[in-house]
Write a protein that binds this ligand. Structure first.
Ligand code: C2E
Ligand code: CA
Ligand code: CA
Length: 400
């Protein structure tokens, strides 16, 4: 460690001058060159916004308990700005608070490299930065290029048919037999290689391009399901739609049309809608979802636990499946709070008569736990990563 810490721009956010100088000198000692510090959340946001064009902050050392904007509120603001760097949480609060702040940050998709208790020591900081330097890039994000995508790039991708679908099995937890797959889009970029959806879906949503994009996703996913059925694999196909799609009244007809063309029974199709983004109050959304269901298409509530659905909303929309977000599945065997959310989501889903899917199961311990707790289906690296159409067929032949 040392010489390569130059690449990091640190921002210390703490109202306690003593702590700030301790952390500053500890960072200096381990070779950090670019260190800024502020005493309040508001000032931290100002600093962050001002430095966006220049040397962007990539490691934030954050005190949780500050007057004015506290650390938790700061996390929400920085998440809204899609902060892609790492956060080191520092606090004198008890462990449970530190841990739940860490969990909260992760549900905001923030990367928490470490949670350090005060008094902050040189050793704990070293360890935290070591974690960041040796961070494992998740396999499915490894090809994520740092490119700026424009609306024109995306339009070209759609015109040149550069989107491909990957398929991730969802298996019955009792038999390990495949029941359905989730179809996940990737962009095969001529220069950049495979680009994951998180990089371009938000832009597609902002520009309205999501309507055309989703139409391609639907057509490709259903066509592929037709091929599995032809080969004797009775597998349902699920795909993701955005809220913008749920404001497009033609969506149900489009899906039925594709099902007819590919000779796929609408009962074998699942539409996944993200919990946190669904607006059940919108008459249009409600109409579209109900019409889909009337035709036999299944409705899945995705990333459950990250939104604030009320029982009433859940009952009003005729969902058939509930997918528990991976944030509450990962290490649920070791994290009592995740486990509590997992258990209460399962009992809610059972009361509503929904099929329950646990997402993001990677470890044997997680598999065992969700099985005991009564989940129906499992999706996650423990069973399989998302696979290309050809790889899925090979996987089916080998395992099913
Ligand atoms: P999602 O719908 O929650 O999809 C699951 C994501 O979790 C996928 O990432 C999948 O590869 C990943 N995953 C599955 N199992 C595991 C596991 O065991 N561990 C870990 N760490 N990750 C796992 P992916 O394919 O990068 O997709 C990310 C998100 O992009 C999706 O989240 C979905 O919200 C969005 N997305 C993907 N395809 C489409 C699409 O066709 N249309 C729209 N609108 N959104 C899409
Ligand atoms: Ca999904
Ligand atoms: Ca999900």
């Amino acid at each position: 460690m040392g010489e390569n810490l130059n690449k990091f721009n640190f921002l210390i956010v703490d109202d306690d001058d003593v702590i700030v100088s301790i952390v500053e000198s500890a960072l200096e000692e381990i070779g950090a060159k670019n260190v800024n510090s502020v005493s309040e959340g508001e000032k931290a946001l100002e600093h962050y916004d001002a430095s966006l064009s220049g040397a962007a902050t990539n490691i934030i050392l954050l005190d949780l308990n500050m007057p004015g904007m506290d650390g938790i509120e700061f996390l929400r603001h920085i998440a809204q700005r899609e902060f892609k760097g790492d956060i080191i949480l520092m606090s004198g609060e008890d462990k449970a608070i530190l841990k739940s702040a860490g969990d909260l940050a992760r549900t905001h998709n923030l990367s928490v490299a470490a949670v350090v208790e005060k008094p902050v020591t040189l050793e704990s900081l070293k360890q935290a930065i070591h974690n960041i330097e040796n961070k494992q890039v998740p396999a499915d994000k490894a090809n994520c290029p740092a490119i700026d995508i424009t609306e024109d790039d995306l339009r070209e991708a759609l015109e040149k048919d550069q989107l491909v679908m990957y398929f991730q099995p969802k298996v019955d937890v009792k038999t390990k037999k495949i029941v359905s797959v989730e179809s996940l889009v990737r962009w095969v970029h001529p220069e950049e290689g495979l680009i994951p959806p998180d990089v371009f879906i938000p832009l597609a949503e902002q520009t309205g391009m999501i309507i055309l994009l989703t139409n391609q996703v639907i057509a490709k996913s259903i066509a592929e399901a037709g091929r599995w059925h032809e080969q004797g694999y009775d597998i349902k196909v699920g795909f993701n739609v955005s809220v913008e799609n749920l404001e497009t009244l033609e969506l149900p007809e489009y899906i039925f049309g594709q099902a007819l063309d590919a000779d796929v029974d609408p009962k074998k199709i699942i539409v996944e809608v993200t919990e946190s983004r669904i607006m059940a109050d919108l008459a249009k959304t409600y109409e579209i979802l109900t019409r889909l269901r009337l035709k036999g298409i299944e409705l899945s509530i995705d990333d459950f636990g990250t939104g604030y659905s009320t029982m009433e909303q859940l009952e009003r929309i005729p969902f058939t499946e509930l997918k528990i977000d991976k944030a509450f599945v990962t290490y649920a065997d070791k994290k009592p709070k995740s486990r509590a959310i997992l258990e209460s989501s399962i009992s809610l889903a059972k009361n509503l008569g929904l099929r329950i899917v646990a997402e993001g199961v990677e470890r044997q311990e997680e598999w065992d736990l969700v099985k005991v707790l009564g989940v129906d289906l499992v999706q996650g690296y423990y069973i399989s990563k998302p696979l290309s159409a050809a790889d899925l067929l090979a996987w089916l032949k080998e395992t099913q």
